[in-house]
Design a protein around this ligand. Sequence first.
Ligand code: TEU
Length: 564
Amino acid sequence: MENHPWWHRAVVYQIYPRSFADADGDGMGDLRGIIQRLDHIAGLGVDVIWLSPICRSPQDDNGYDVSDYQDIDPVFGTLADFDELLAGVHERGMRLVMDLVVNHSSDEHAWFAESRSSRDNPKRDWYWWRPARPGMEPGTPGAEPNNWGSVFGGSAWEYDPATGEYYLHIFSRKQPDLNWENPEVRDAVYAMMNWWLDRGVDGFRMDVIDHISKDTSLPDGVVRPGSRYGEGGPHYMNGPRNHEFLHEMHERVFAGRETLLTVAEMPGVTIEEAARYTDPARREVDMVFGFEHVWVDRGPDPWALYPLRLTELKGILGRWQTGLAQVGWNSLYWNNHDQPRVVSRYGDDSPEFRVRSAKMLGAVLHLHRGTPYVYQGEELGMTNAPFASIADFRDIEALGQYAQAVEHEGHSGEDVLTVLRARGRDNARTPMQWDDSPQAGFTTGTPWLAVNPNHKEINAAAAVADPDSVYHFYRRLIALRHDEPVVVYGDFTMLLPDDERLYAFTRRHEDAELLVIGNFSGERVRADIPGAEAWSSAELVLTNAPAPTGLELEPWQVVVYRRA
Ligand code: TEU
């Protein structure tokens, strides 16, 4: 146990800089805004800050399209601001992790400008260039090298008339995929990573890093009914050389730098693969972000809403707990900049139950075994936003998918909007709600995405002043992790797997045991857990409602008992 790395005890806080705090009044968050708000984060007691991308970028996908990996985008500030921010984070005893977006660059990166300039440019092979399908006229409909669709709508291939070939872009056409098969690409990426680490950053969150190795034959994908394109995912996720590339990265960048945190975002990862990626003996990454638990409310029709089945959610998270119990490590998250707000999604964001259900969700997540991630505003119980029409969205994914579904796939605009309101990424990207002033204290200008009108009630100033707020509950949860070895090291046993309302589990480490029960319903429910008697004298260490008698939980209540 004593050999556990520091990040087993850590809690990470994610900042989406564009939406966090705007110091210069241009309506977009910036590094100086973050510097001014560092005490809010430090006050929660977190150990690490993960910054979504701040490098130079045309901002086609809000910075996930990088045109210079070794400079700060002017929207966010300068390298001098960055150094000051890093120092401020370190002074407060926290670490800073950068977002690393190297499956693709921006089409405005100098590498791509060279690559596209001619077929025999030395950097041609840094990206995935392919000719039109044999026998087809380049640039005509259906002549794309294969049938893959892009995640953001349309084909995954863009025709470039200058050289008469297509380049691959799994995301937008302004995000061409880098060709990791080429060792020069890998050398350039590792050099850039070392440059940041030498500057003092403490690790990386690696964007879609299970997409870097592709099946180099780039075969057509299966076309699902009603869909215009084939699914490329099986051919570009967790490809044949993915482990090799990450191991090489470890050797060339991470080795010998003992206090780093590396977390790999992997939309296609299975538990078995996650155990391999995070097995310390293999020297790849520290932990991965899996997606199964945030895709649990999806179904066969991408433009329909499916209710949460708690038994399925527990099944997924329980399997990840078991699957990574011996080897590897879990990351734990409900929210990030790509997911709707969890209190609106798996909780109840009505005035009656918002605070209580937000706390319940936080406690259930944080008391699993793994490293918890808090996304900005989650600690306030921020909710989804009231988008009136598609014109209120800014996200390239929402706009691109809407266009494809409505214009080409025969879906009604209203159906697509209903799903985007529930699941669209802009729900997470509305500005951070600092206070009840007109723009929520986020900016003195016009925010790039509208502030949620509920900032009058839901804001940091109010939460910090109220000892019963979600903020102070998260603070206690984080302190519990730091104080109680059982939270960090304890094993995990799921209880009541077939119950559709209660999420119950125990954790045990040496002589200490925790019992956690969360009520995922708006009804009172009695928890008939095995051995309930033995818990009757246990200490109630945390709850969000009056202490229950006989394990009868109030709507959305969570209870955490400890016995030694
Ligand atoms: O997201 C990867 C990813 O899988 C997304 O496609 C996500 O599943 C989807 O948007 C959910 O609706 C990462 C970043 O987190 C995201 O912000 C970027 O847009 C994307 O990569 C491309 O860099």
